[in-house]
Design a protein around this ligand. Structure first.
Ligand code: SF4
Length: 327
């Protein structure tokens, strides 16, 4: 047998990954764009979790937020409009050992990508899905998206948007197999980072809606929240995210919440006078797709060696033991 002895299996030296290893190209988002803060929090998360850059993948569709993979020093896939999730699922199903992140805008996710969004939630593959929600299509210059407020004049609604905005939280919380839903605003970096880290450590699909400033097309979208921090209701649950003292002094509105209660999460997600932030729902008992289709998720070291041995046996060239010199 052309086998490997266990002591001869190559082991790469553990190395510490610095923050700059997660930084890709220089961002081209507009000055003041909230995507910059989301990028910074995500790079910090990758550093603090010590994700191997070569085993981390960022997948996006089309839109301003979809530039995200270019700005990460990891692998990435900048795909088609609305199709980030099926690409991410393809990556995950073939390589469950990779850490997969998805970045979508509100148009990308909640309009053209709606079917993928619903079914990705239902499939519950382990990945972090970030919805950068700025209430507008930025890249295509001020077109109304599903989360654009009613009455808003845009290039596609010159007489004002007729429809009430969709609530991506209540939609997500209504899908079978939903297992993690959170909401944050990108201008509270402490909360943004902590929620993303919880999302990363969730077993299945973690959906995080991030309210994001677009100073170019929606300069006043979040004025009420920015000028009145009391409008931001922080979820207060025993297993929730704890704010730093400095952040807690500014954001004093608290809602006692049980994040394991799906109906409570739906109620909180429907609040209209205040914007709930934090983890709305978390259920680690929902099986992931990988657990359902392949109960033994990752090969044990012995199994890995066995698989390698079989490959070597298949392709190895073995000199005949019976041949003699001069034959
Ligand atoms: Fe950001 Fe808006 Fe500029 Fe797009 S248009 S980069 S969302 S500020």
């Amino acid at each position: 047998m052309f086998g490997l002895k266990s002591e001869s299996v190559l082991k790469l030296d553990q190395e510490y990954h610095e923050l700059d290893e997660y930084q890709g190209k220089e961002s081209r988002w507009c000055p003041g764009c909230g995507d910059n803060g989301i990028l910074a929090a995500t790079q910090r998360l990758c550093r603090d979790e010590q994700l191997a850059p070569e085993k981390t993948v960022f997948v996006s569709g089309i839109g301003c937020a979809a530039r995200f993979p270019h700005y990460m020093g990891t692998y990435g896939f900048h795909g088609l409009h609305g199709r980030a999730l099926p690409v991410a699922q393809g990556v995950k199903i073939r390589r469950p050992d990779l850490d997969v992140f998805v970045n979508m805008g509100d148009g990308d996710c909640c309009s053209i990508g709606t079917a993928h969004w619903i079914h990705a939630i239902r499939t519950n593959m382990k990945m972090v899905v970030m919805l950068h929600d700025n209430n507008i299509y930025g890249l295509t210059k001020n077109q109304a998206s599903p989360t654009t407020p009613q009455g808003r004049i845009t290039s596609t609604t010159p007489y004002g948007n007729l429809l009430k905005a969709m609530n991506p939280l209540t939609v997500t919380l209504g899908v079978t197999n939903v297992s993690f839903v959170a909401q944050v605003v990108e201008w509270i970096p402490d909360l943004l980072y902590k929620v993303l880290r919880e999302a990363y450590n969730h077993k299945g699909l973690a959906f995080v809606r991030i309210l994001q400033r677009c100073p170019h097309f929606m300069p006043t979208a979040w004025d009420q929240l920015l000028s009145n921090p009391d409008k931001i209701a922080v979820m207060d649950s025993p297993d929730g995210v704890q704010l730093s003292d400095a952040t807690a002094k500014i954001y004093k509105t608290r809602v006692a919440h049980d994040s394991s209660d799906l109906n409570a999460a739906r109620q909180v997600a429907s609040l209209e006078d205040e914007v709930p932030v934090g983890i709305l729902y978390r259920n680690e008992m929902v099986p992931t797709y990988d657990e359902l289709r392949r109960p033994q998720r990752l090969p044990e070291p012995e199994l890995t060696e066995e698989i390698l041995n079989r490959s070597f046996d298949r392709f190895g060239i073995f000199p005949s033991t019976s041949s003699k010199a001069g034959d």
